[in-house]
Write a protein of this length. Structure first.
Ligand SMILES: [Zn+2]
Ligand SMILES: [Zn+2]
Ligand SMILES: [Zn+2]
Length: 267
């Protein structure tokens, strides 16, 4: 692997939700250059190719692990709490979406993955929906998941809902019917992240194959060059071999030229 000569990435410089150091998972990082998730192996960000043959400059960057898993977890929870507090204080005066352009298709969301778009659209809806916040079954999240990310979106939403259900069983606040933004936020995020991780693994496999096939291609090119070099000199080599095999008739020792001087020559 060609290690990048560009400056290293320090994990503490990243937003905690752009880092994944969960126990038992391969550490991953959202590459700041191409904004997609990639694994960290041997303190290097796995090389990746956003377009075939075009290596991202975040590839094989050195990663400085300047925070512990605990510090990262704490930063993640803090960020979640702040977002929860912001959301509950917020006043909602929904601006009318511009005609002909659905809100979820606006430019800043254009580069997001379909699943992330679905997650955010659902979160926006739930912050504002009486049915959802009342714990009743609302049709909108499913509709949003489907429209933003299709079948994968529905599957991810299903997992998110199951994660919430699991959390509610274990959480005292939730059991007492108290609103628990933290538990909800975490459960929801975790389920969606799982799905994103599946995408990461799939992409890694594809990129590994790409790298391998590139290496195979290089080996093949070298072998072909060697073969053509050989073809070019083959006739000369064979002739030389033939001549070497012949000895002057009647001579035991064909070596009758003058000896090479072994003594240093002085002038
Ligand atoms: Zn990248
Ligand atoms: Zn709703
Ligand atoms: Zn809870």
């Amino acid at each position: 692997m060609r290690v990048s000569k560009l400056p290293p990435y320090r994990l503490s410089d990243f937003r905690p939700q752009h880092v994944n150091l969960r126990d038992g998972e391969v550490p991953t990082l959202r590459c700041p250059e191409c904004e997609s998730w990639h694994s960290i192996k041997r303190s290097l960000l796995t090389p990746h190719y956003p377009q075939p043959g075009k290596r991202c400059s975040g590839s094989a960057r050195h990663i400085v692990f300047d925070m512990t898993v605990e510090q990262w977890g704490a930063a993640l929870v803090e960020g979640g709490l702040e977002a929860g507090a912001r959301r509950s204080k917020q006043q909602f005066h929904k601006p009318a979406p511009p005609a002909g352009q659905p809100v979820h298709r606006m430019s800043h969301t254009a580069q997001m993955s379909p699943l992330e778009r679905a997650r955010q659209a659902i979160a926006r809806h739930q912050a504002d929906c009486k049915i959802c916040s009342g714990g009743k079954r609302c049709r909108m999240p499913r509709i949003l998941a489907q429209s933003e990310a299709g079948r994968a979106g529905l599957a991810a939403l299903e997992r998110a809902l199951q994660a919430v259900a699991r959390h509610r069983v274990a959480c005292a606040d939730c059991k007492n019917g108290q609103f628990c933004p933290m538990g909800f936020e975490l459960a929801e995020r975790m389920a969606w992240t799982e799905q994103t991780r599946e995408d990461v693994v799939r992409r890694q496999v594809r990129e590994q194959r790409e790298e391998q096939s590139r290496e195979r291609g290089r080996d093949r090119r070298i072998a072909l060059r060697r073969a053509s070099d050989w073809r070019r000199v083959e006739r000369d080599v064979r002739r030389t071999d033939r001549e070497r095999a012949q000895r002057p008739a009647g001579a035991d020792c064909p070596n009758d030229h003058t000896n090479v001087p072994l003594e240093p020559i002085r002038f």
